[in-house]
Design a protein around this ligand. Sequence first.
Ligand code: ADP
Ligand code: MG
Length: 669
Amino acid sequence: MRIEDSVNSIKGVGPKTAQLFEKMKILNIQDLLKLYPRNYLRYEEPIDIALAQVGERVAIRASIQSEVSIKKVRNLKIVSCVVKDGSGSVKLTWFNSPFLKQFFRIGQSFVFVGTLSAKGAQLTMEHPEYYKIEQYNMRKASLQPVYPLTEGLSNKLVTKAVTGALEVLDELPDNIPLQVREKFQLLPLKQAILGVHFPDSWDAMLECRNRLVFDEFFSFLVKMRQMRQHRIKEENHFDIHDFSSVRRFLEQLPFSLTEGQKKAVSEIQSDLSGMTVMNRLIQGDVGSGKTVIAEIAMLAVVSNGYQAALMAPTEVLAMQHYEGINKDLESYGVCVALLCGSTKPAEKRKIYERLQSGEIDIVIGTHALIQECVIYNNLALVVTDEQHRFGVRQRERLSHKGEQPHVLVMSATPIPRTLAIIMYGDLDISVIKDVPACRKPIKNCVVGPKYRPTAYKFMFGQIQEGHQIYIICPMVEASENVEAENVIEYREMLLEYFPSSVNIAYLHGKMSPDEKNDIMSRFANKEIDILVSTTVIEVGINNPNATVMMIENAEKFGLAQLHQLRGRVGRGDAQSYCIMLCASDKKEALERLEILNQSNDGFYIANEDLKMRGPGDFFGVRQSGDMIFQLGDIYSHAEILKQANEAIQFLEKQQYSFETIREQESVVL
Ligand code: ADP
Ligand code: MG
């Protein structure tokens, strides 16, 4: 077995499992070694059933009391039996695991681990893990990895596959140059990988993990360095000096720009007409008005006879930009096109032709813009919106289209200046600190499920005033394993609750692009009053008429993500509201949400979040679900990021030849 072999070659991993792994982009053994746990569980000392709390995950040591029964309910085979210890009994059930009938014999003892619930007087556990006593005792001191999974792939199976993969751990190449490993006293890579999958203790795991985070940052910075070298002081051979259309655009704008926006515009103008090509990041909190800046930059470019491209991370957002920009720039005789993955092939071909001939001035789209086949006539500006969603490579690929075009990237990620300089080392930065003056601060509340009827009543009032509402649920559909609201059933429930005059629709990522676009444009046209959605609307969506954002299971989201979601409202003149519904009564969950409740400022939130979590506590909810690193989090691992940066500088001083560092695909999305 070699590290580049298919996962299929691991003992116990058949072609079917290999296919499931493939779905997760795990093709070979190396990929599997880098499939890091997303959390760990401790093998706790089993406790008496009588002492176990309902709702808690517990380990019990109990013997099989009743014959295992199998009941068929619709398509499900439900396996159940009763177990007991000296203090009480629990009814255990499993779905679709009929083989357990042969496995459990009356009188035998096992350790069962699961979440305890109660049906009347009967304690129950669904889908508990089961271990033979000796087996459990052996593991007790260690931590159990919890892997990211896909439907059909169990944690047990992944654990087994990873264990098998460890056999060839020795072959895994270390990409960090030896002198860096020595100078920064990094743990050996093998030890780090082993310790992240199967740690002996929490502290040991953290240490191992830090080594892998270093690797991620290091590879990222090597890539950044290449880009910087490549682009540094690239000559600006575009002739963009006529800004009369920009002036006209600003005069006709229904609002005046904020100070931050004005500064950004003037910086962009001098970049566009300067000696070297523009490389600029616009950083501004959600709702600070970045889109109009991009629009102005694109207008400047096209009215001087060049093309511009705008890349967005999702089709929904690309579509929205397309419609808005098309409308705004129509009267300037600008030809705008939309190019996405879902664009019909014939339509795509036509757009390619018209891009190449120069007929299209502005093209807006997703990754489809960086496909090989897209050839521009005279591309002078590329804009990426929500740039943190893209890897460096994608940004680079778009900027390689045409001849060194100007580059403008936009991001809402609140990142301290010191880190921004490292992360975006190749970019000049314009910060928009202010939000439009007409905005009223969003009013927030954190409430429990009991508050729902009050919330709905309130929403109804807002709808009657002509406003619209978002409700976010974590899930698309009901699931056996996760207890959280889902958009499909939630909408059904709302339909019962609200009078039929209220239009309610749902939106989620599994819908086809056409369906999604249809819903979004109906929402924009106010044909939908309440949009029940997953986080697909998280980035960039703009409907200034929406005034209420209600987030179900708010405890399941990261603070940065909640802040982004909340940013979907408060985008117009009307007072807006954010209702965070917390289904957990855990103290930490409420404390975390309280940070958002207190402030609408992205920087403040990121800082408080970090303080609260402490450096060791980074699981469950990441600062941002949208960072490009697998393990690294630029906030909680800021020190490691700085170290990796020092390592690069150290190598530069030694005239190290960076080309010898193998590219690591996995780091950059
Ligand atoms: P973001 O920075 O989150 O991308 P957008 O560019 O989508 O924000 O802007 C949010 C809303 O604010 C849009 O409806 C936009 O038209 C509006 N807007 C932008 N700038 C201003 C301004 N200076 N005054 C008033 N409204 C503005
Ligand atoms: Mg935006």
